[in-house]
Ligand binder design. Structure first.
Ligand code: SF4
Ligand SMILES: [Zn+2]
Length: 332
């Protein structure tokens, strides 16, 4: 791979190593967030990732050069024997050819041959032929399912996805994408968003409990993201005016306890005012417990945490029973 001098400076937005639970075992995992041409939808109310993109309109050759430099940066620094799984994010969709040139998909698949890859994408970019070609280069027989397409479904409720998130696709679109992925030999991971805009705490909890049950029929893995207030988003606009509160950690625990399948959850910004939080006293222990649960799937841990005593629990129960639905006028 030949790189220009200027491209040697290019590196991914973030790279880190950790562990993930997969098929009842812990697997060493490398996570890469590639800087790309950016999300072609770019309209979700809570998302600031879409701002992370190359700022000028570049030719696809230039973009390809930048992406290849980012991949070379990773491969030269992280030994392949230190990870078996790779999670790939971009500032949008990995399989969107306007965002990631198709040649780069081949580079990634060949470079990561034998690894288990989980790549995030919107459903409209899950085309059977694209996924099949990727798997052909990636697969060396090490994994029964070498690729998982990760989709930000957010909720199975079309009105919430439309009005509270402005996601731009339907549950039917997700089902079609899941079918395409499965028929190409890939698995499906669904990301759900707990408590987007305009929902009370109890409406948001009910939405997640239903969404987990309905998603589990079609997705092989489910991860729930409690909403955080990112900068320069519509969500932040409402939050600054007191019209949004991130979810309680008690709610996160009650959803995980109720879930009929293992749902992973990494409460980003947990315990902080922009992230899922309780009162400040009990947060640290609960966030740590939720992270532990993602790895060990020990449901008793969740039940124990949910029965922890703290003064803020009464407040949470009061909010669940007394918060009123967002008042949308029916006419203009
Ligand atoms: S959440 Fe995903 S689809 Fe929505 S704007 Fe952000 S990157 Fe694009
Ligand atoms: Zn508390």
């Amino acid at each position: 791979m030949m790189l220009m001098i200027s491209e040697l400076q290019e590196k991914p937005l973030a790279v880190w190593q950790g562990q993930e639970r997969y098929n009842n075992e812990l697997v060493d995992c490398l996570t890469i967030i590639f800087k790309s041409a950016g999300c072609s939808w770019s309209k979700c109310r809570m998302c600031s990732y879409r701002h992370e993109r190359y700022s000028v309109k570049q030719s696809s050759e230039t973009l390809l050069g930048h992406l290849r430099a980012q991949l070379a940066w990773v491969l030269s620094r992280i030994k392949p024997e230190t990870y078996r799984m790779v999670k790939i994010f971009t500032s949008g969709s990995f399989f969107d050819h306007d965002e990631i040139p198709v040649e780069f998909l081949s580079d990634v698949a060949s470079s990561l041959k034998g690894k288990l890859v989980i790549a995030e994408t919107r459903p409209e970019f899950i085309q059977t032929n694209v996924i099949k070609s990727f798997i052909e280069l990636l697969d060396d027989g090490s994994w029964k399912t070498p690729l998982y397409c990760a989709i930000g479904l957010e909720t199975t409720n079309d009105s919430i996805r439309k009005k509270s998130i402005h996601k731009g696709f339907t549950f039917q679109d997700f089902l079609k994408a899941a079918e395409n992925a499965h028929s190409a030999g890939a698995g499906v991971k669904a990301y759900l968003l707990f408590k987007p805009l305009f929902l009370t705490e109890s409406e948001a909890v009910a939405d997640m409990k239903t969404s987990i049950r309905e998603t589990a029929v079609y997705a092989d893995m489910i991860s729930m993201n409690p909403c955080t207030v990112q900068r320069n988003t519509e969500l932040e606009y409402y939050w600054k005016r007191g019209a949004y509160r991130p979810p309680y950690l008690w709610s996160v625990l009650s959803i995980l306890e109720d879930a009929p399948v293992h749902v992973t959850c990494d409460p980003l910004g947990g315990g902080q005012k922009r992230g899922p939080h309780n009162c400040g006293v009990c947060d640290y222990e609960l966030v740590r417990g939720i992270r532990d649960y993602s790895l060990n799937a020990d449901k008793e841990l969740i039940t124990t945490l949910l029965h922890t005593r703290c003064d803020c629990k009464q407040e949470w129960e009061y909010v669940l029973s007394s918060e009123k639905s967002y008042c949308m006028p029916l006419t203009r």
